[in-house]
Design a protein around this ligand. Structure first.
Ligand SMILES: [Fe+2]
Ligand SMILES: [Fe+2]
Length: 193
C-alpha cells in the first residue's frame, strides 16, 4: 500500500487511510483525480461540488486490491465476479466511516456498471475513470472524448457506455441490470430517430 501524503492541494481530499491499493493503482486514481479536477475547472463548478467529485474519485478504487475475503465482508450482498465488488465494498466502507452524501456513495458503488439516477458526481467519475490518459487502448479516442466532456457530458457518456456495453456483449457476459437502465437513460430517444 502506498502513501498518498503528497497529493497536490487541488486534488484533495486524498486516499482514505483504509485503502488497499498498489502503487500502479494509486497512479490511476491520481490521473482520474487530475482529469476530474480539470473538468471541474473548465466547467466552472463550485468548490463544494468539485470536492464531491474528488471524494468519489479517491474512494472509487480504494479497495480494488483488497483480498476477496475483505471485499466479501463489505459487499456480501453483491452478486457476480469479484471485480464487480470493489465499488460496492468501497461505498459500504466509506459509509461506515461517515460518508453521508448519497451522490458520492452512488458514484462509488456503481462506478463499474453505471446508474441511470446518477448526479454529476457519478457521471464525472464514470467518464474520468474510462478516459484518464494512462489507459493504453485507443489513447487518441480517449483524449478527444476527454476534451469534449465539459461541453457535451451526455454525448461523451453515451459514447463510453456504448463502448463498454459492446465489450460486455462481445465477451458473452451478462449485462448487469443497472447497466441496461443506464444505457437507456443515455440512448437517443426514439422520437429523434
Ligand atoms: Fe474500479
Ligand atoms: Fe478506476
Amino acid at each position: 500500500m502506498s502513501s498518498a501524503r503528497h497529493t497536490p492541494p487541488g486534488l484533495r481530499p486524498t486516499l482514505p487511510v483504509w485503502a488497499v491499493v498498489s502503487s500502479e493503482r494509486l497512479g490511476h486514481i491520481q490521473r482520474v483525480a487530475e482529469l476530474a479536477a480539470a473538468w471541474a475547472e473548465t466547467m466552472g463548478v463550485p468548490d463544494s461540488e468539485r470536492h464531491r467529485w474528488l471524494r468519489a474519485v479517491w474512494l472509487h478504487d480504494a479497495l480494488r486490491d483488497a483480498t476477496p475475503e475483505e471485499l466479501d465482508r463489505w459487499a456480501s450482498s453483491t452478486p457476480g465476479p469479484v471485480n464487480l465488488k470493489h465499488g460496492p465494498a468501497a461505498a459500504a466502507r466509506a459509509k461506515a466511516e461517515g460518508e453521508v452524501d448519497r451522490g458520492v456513495l452512488d458514484a462509488v458503488r456503481y462506478h463499474s456498471v453505471g446508474l441511470a439516477e446518477w448526479d454529476m458526481v457519478g457521471r464525472a467519475l464514470y467518464a474520468a475513470d474510462f478516459l484518464e490518459p494512462g489507459r493504453r487502448l485507443e489513447p487518441e479516442m480517449r483524449a478527444e472524448l476527454a476534451r469534449r466532456f465539459p461541453r457535451d457530458p451526455t454525448g461523451v457518456l453515451r459514447e463510453i457506455a456504448r463502448r463498454r456495453l459492446s465489450h460486455i456483449v462481445a465477451s458473452g457476459w451478462p449485462i448487469p441490470e443497472p447497466t441496461v437502465r443506464f444505457w437507456n437513460s443515455l440512448a437517443i430517444p426514439s422520437s429523434s430517430r
